[in-house]
Design a protein around this ligand. Sequence first.
Ligand code: FES
Length: 183
Amino acid sequence: MAWIAKASSTEKIERRAEPYVTAQMKAAWEKEILPRYATKHGALMPILHEVQHAYRQVPYQAMIEIAQFLSLKPADVLDTVTFYEEFTTEKMGECVIGICQSIACEICGHNAILNHVRKRLNLEPHETSDDGKFTLLAMECLGSCDTAPVALFNDTLYENLTIEGVDRLIDAAQKSSTGSAHS
Ligand code: FES
């Protein structure tokens, strides 16, 4: 068996003419984020959160633009994006459903809920629907084991979930143009 080196350095990344990091974003970050950190590198995480929130992904072009803005190497930005689960290079759905699959939730019926959502949305974990509305994730412990089973719908945690409750949240997200599960 031989190692095959991937030609990453020559790989082309998708680019669009319009920058992801806009002049308006830069001005806001200079005013509100950079002053909070001793070094520009320190501001990387909050800036990545802003970009993920704005575009539901951190595209490769955006990583290069962020690196330029923070005087970092693009590889440093890529390392951070690929290390943390909350950052994605693929575009996430408007409503990200993260069902906890760790032990307490597993004992309390996460599987029935996960299977129900898989069938209802025709999605496997880590897939996004073709219309960009939903992403389904199976997540590790969300820190609310005493109210298992739990799931995140975007940033909101829902506890003691039932199939009926999940259906109501999906119905609300389907009606909402933002994918929010709040009706
Ligand atoms: S195991 Fe699901 S919240 Fe802890």
